[in-house]
Every structure is written in C-alpha cells, then in structure tokens.
Design a protein around this ligand. Structure first.
Ligand code: GUN
Length: 285
C-alpha cells in the first residue's frame, strides 16, 4: 500500500486558525503581535520568503514590517537597526533573513546574537538554543518544531519510537533531535556524509536534512516508517526534497511531499513564535 501523503498545507491552515483566534483575544487586551523582518540585499528568493513571512503574520491578524537594506549595508548599520528594534516596545519579534550579503557572511553569528533572545522568533540565538538543551522555556527552531508538530498532528505515539535524524544543523538536526528526545523517542542523529542507511533502515521515524536532492530512497527505509523531509532543492526548475518521494512512498507508512509538507508548517511555526513572544511580553503566558 502506498504511503499516506501528509498534507502540510492543511495542517498549517488548522494552526493558522488557532493562532488567529489567539491573536483576536490578545488584541482585546490592546496588544497586536508585531514583527520586524530585515532583508539585506536584493536576492529575489529571499525577498519572496520575507514577503511570505509578512503575509503569514498578517494572515493571523499580526502586524509585520519589512526593513529592506541595500546589499552594501555595513555591519554597523545592520546592528544599529537591530538595536533600534530591540528597544522598540511595539515590536515583539525580529528576524534577519539569511543568507546575508557576502561581505557580512563572517558576521552571521554576531548578527543573530544581537537580537534580544525574547524577540528571537527564528530561535537562532545561543540563549534559545541553550535553553532548549537544558529544558527551559525558549523559542524553538521553526523547521524542527514543524517536524514535531506534524508527528503530533498525525497522532503518532512518540514514546519509545526510534527516530533517526539525518542532519545536524543548528536550525533543524540538532533541535529536532532534542525535541524528539524530550517526547520520549530513542533518537539517533547521523551525519549526512556518514553511511546512514543501516540507521534509516531501523527507523520508525526519519527526519531528512541531508542537503542533497533525493538522497534517501525507499530501499533505505523500514516498511511503514514515517518520513519527514525538510529538504528543498531546486532541480530542473522544480523544488524537490532530500527524499526520493516516488520510491520512498512505496515503502513508508506516511511521508511529507516537497513542496506542500514541511514548508507550509515552517512558516506558521514562525508565526506561532511571534504570538508566543507577544504573550510573554504582556505577561499572558
Ligand atoms: N533563510 C532561509 N531559511 C531561513 C530561516 O528560517 N530564517 C532566516 N532568518 N533566514 C532564512
């Protein structure tokens, strides 16, 4: 039997509606969740992502403003803008779209660490990452959180499942490993350059962050596995995942498509972080 295709768009819409109701309630108390999105440079894809993030915020009734800096902007200008937004009481969430222009690449960590942890809706600040590890309240990386939400929405009992995470980034692999561990999974994190097949073959859940198109195929999976594909690779004019959907769907029990799986969930989890930031600032959670 072919795998069930997980509808990330429908799941994201359910969460959008829940968040819109929450925002309605917060607005009655005189607070409008507000985020500032910073885009440096003119990369078309980054500009589109930023517009989509703003639209997603507006879609729940939040306020979003885009700060578009030139591709030649200096580190001082960028840090100055972040500082101004840190001090702005009306702004609850700040996001700097990556990648930064080439001359600022080496300063990425400094830029991300300049955002106040309580406004860091991307959850890239070392304080948020550290708090996740020690089990304290924090923002959760949106893609990692999207993977866990998908599993929760499927109604999967996570306790005692073996999850294999192929990937290690600070945005996905590391936080999703921790979040699944918190849920009672046995988690194995494998480097994408290591031989991961012996691990994926035993996995009840596979989280794919391989960074290469169609790198995980059906024969690398255990029958009935749940496969969550965080990849987005541009191949022959279309977006394809890190999992070879066709062969994997013949073996897996559930699988996320690309596009339409993790992608729509990522963006709504960012908005969930914004709503959380606004509630925390107002002492409502
Ligand atoms: N560029 C690609 N993905 C992301 C993301 O999740 N956050 C930010 N800030 N930039 C990105």
């Amino acid at each position: 039997m072919p795998a069930v295709k997980i509808d990330g768009k429908a799941m994201a819409e359910e969460i959008r509606q829940e968040l819109a109701r929450e925002v309605d309630e917060i607005k009655k108390k005189g607070i409008t969740p507000a985020m500032a999105l910073i885009l440096a440079g003119d990369a078309q894809d980054s500009a589109l992502y930023v517009r989509n993030k703003a639209k997603a915020g507006e879609g729940v009734g939040a306020y979003a403003e885009i700060h578009h800096l030139s591709g030649e902007t200096t580190l001082e200008e960028l840090l100055g803008l972040i500082e101004k937004l840190n001090l702005d009481d009306k702004i609850h969430g700040i996001l700097v779209q990556l990648p930064l222009p080439p001359h600022l690449h080496e300063h990425e960590k400094k830029v991300m660490s300049a955002i106040l942890p309580e406004k860091d809706i991307d959850a890239f600040h070392p304080v948020n990452i550290g708090n996740l590890l020690i089990g304290d309240r924090c923002f959760r990386g949106v893609t990692a959180h999207a993977c866990v939400k998908i599993l929760e929405k499927l109604g999967v009992e996570l306790k005692d499942k073996h999850a294999v995470v192929v990937g290690w980034s600070i945005e996905i692999g590391k936080p999703v490993t921790q979040m699944l561990f918190e849920k009672g999974c046995a988690v194995t994190m494998v480097h994408p350059e290591a031989g991961f097949t012996p691990f994926t073959k035993q996995a009840d859940i596979v989280i794919a962050e391989v960074g290469r198109p169609r790198a995980i195929t059906g024969e690398m999976l255990k029958p009935g596995a749940i496969v969550i594909d965080t990849g987005a690779n541009w191949v022959d004019g279309k977006s394809v995942g890190d999992v070879d959907y066709e062969s994997a769907a013949g073996v897996a029990g559930y699988i996320t498509p690309v596009p339409g799986g993790v992608g729509p969930m990522r963006i709504i989890m960012l908005i969930a972080n914004l709503v959380q930031a606004a509630k925390q600032k107002a002492g409502l959670s």
